[in-house]
Design a protein around this ligand. Structure first.
Ligand code: TXA
Ligand code: MG
Length: 323
């Protein structure tokens, strides 16, 4: 492990220029988005994309999200229907990923889609990712910038610790605002709950049973069982976001030795939100898990989080952390 890598550069013109040069040279660079820090590489170069998989130790069947600067760029890569275009118009730039048919002639490396005929694509809002897209002039494949299966990064230091010696550069622009990964939508189905909720995405529509999410205490995975590919959003691997120690959910109080993460009226070693605010809790979630993981406590417990709105995404990530 190289003790000097990755370098951490504060967001600014110099950092973006250096990151863009690394991207054009086929390297990966960690950059914040409004959700979590991403590990970005040129989505049109298979060797660059292979570098992402290698740095993360990610199973090669798990495809990546491609980031583009705007809807026009997305339409050159994926085939939009009216529903997808409506969602894109309403929520881009922002924490929404659309799974759409990929245009075979768009030049996206097949390693990005892991051989699927669909692609996950989004237009991020964060200034750093937008600046890197503009400066590099490339569509950027970017999964969360952490070792595969471990807790997602919401701070530059999380990235540096998880990928030490494996990547050259992290652009540091502070904590990511949303704190959980983008909502992934395919057709009228939410494949991964995230900052944008079902009620915001599909107001007035009652959803089918495609996504079973987050009744606290329900241990099941939440993928549509009838999906053609078996795994629709392969990131729905059960163990994900996992700290290195046991995690107990829906706990009313700490047991001996536990690092207790509270919420609302239930206090703890620390709290996701003393006010019981779910948006604040989402922003704090992975940071709290990182602290709990780094603490001396042999186990982690988390207070119940209401499974409504972005609370669905919080419960989804917590259940995977506990799996
Ligand atoms: O907020 C986010 O989405 C962050 C930031 C960096 O943009 N990225 C992120 O990427 O969470 P990643 O690679 O950790 O998650 C990608 C998810 C996985 O669940 C993957 O299986 C799913 O997207 N995915 C990618 N391509 C897909 C496809 N063609 N069909 C279905 N799911 C797909
Ligand atoms: Mg991830």
């Amino acid at each position: 492990m190289s003790p000097t890598n990755p370098r951490i550069l504060p967001y600014g013109t110099a950092a973006i220029a250096e990151a863009a040069a690394l991207i054009r040279a086929g390297e990966c660079v960690a950059v914040p988005t409004e959700t979590v820090y991403g590990l970005a590489a040129d989505a049109t170069e298979s060797r660059a994309v292979a570098g992402i998989y290698a740095a993360k130790g990610r199973p090669s069947f798990n495809p990546l999200i491609v980031h583009v600067p705007d809807l026009a760029a997305a339409e050159r890569i994926a085939v939009f229907d009216d529903r997808a275009r409506d969602l894109a118009t309403r929520f881009w730039p922002g924490p929404l990923t659309l799974v759409l048919p990929v245009r075979p002639d768009a030049g996206i490396a097949s390693l990005v889609t892991a051989g699927l005929d669909t692609i996950a694509i989004r237009v991020p809002r964060h200034r750093a990712m937008q600046a890197l897209l503009e400066a590099s002039g490339k569509p950027l494949a970017a999964p969360s910038a952490n070792a595969s299966g471990s807790i997602s990064p919401t701070r530059a230091e999380h990235v540096a610790k998880s990928l030490a010696g494996r990547i050259p550069l992290v652009i540091d622009d502070g904590a990511t605002p949303a704190g959980v990964e983008s909502t992934i939508v395919m057709g009228d189905q939410i494949l991964r709950p995230g900052p944008l909720t079902q009620a915001e995405l599909f107001p007035g529509e009652s959803r089918g049973p495609g996504l079973q999410i987050d009744v606290p205490g329900d241990p099941g995975p939440r993928l549509s069982p009838g999906s053609k590919e078996g795994i629709i959003a392969p990131g729905q691997l059960d163990s994900h976001y996992a700290p290195s120690k046991p995690v107990r959910l829906n706990a009313d109080s700490a047991r001996d030795g536990e690092y207790f993460i509270g919420f609302g009226p239930i206090p703890g070693t620390e709290t996701l939100s003393a006010a019981g605010d779910l948006t604040e809790a989402a922003a704090n979630l992975f940071d709290a898990l990182h602290r709990a993981d780094a603490s001396d406590a042999p186990a982690i417990a988390v207070a119940p989080i209401p499974a409504t709105g972005i609370g669905l995404a919080i419960n989804d990530r917590l259940r995977r952390a506990a799996f």
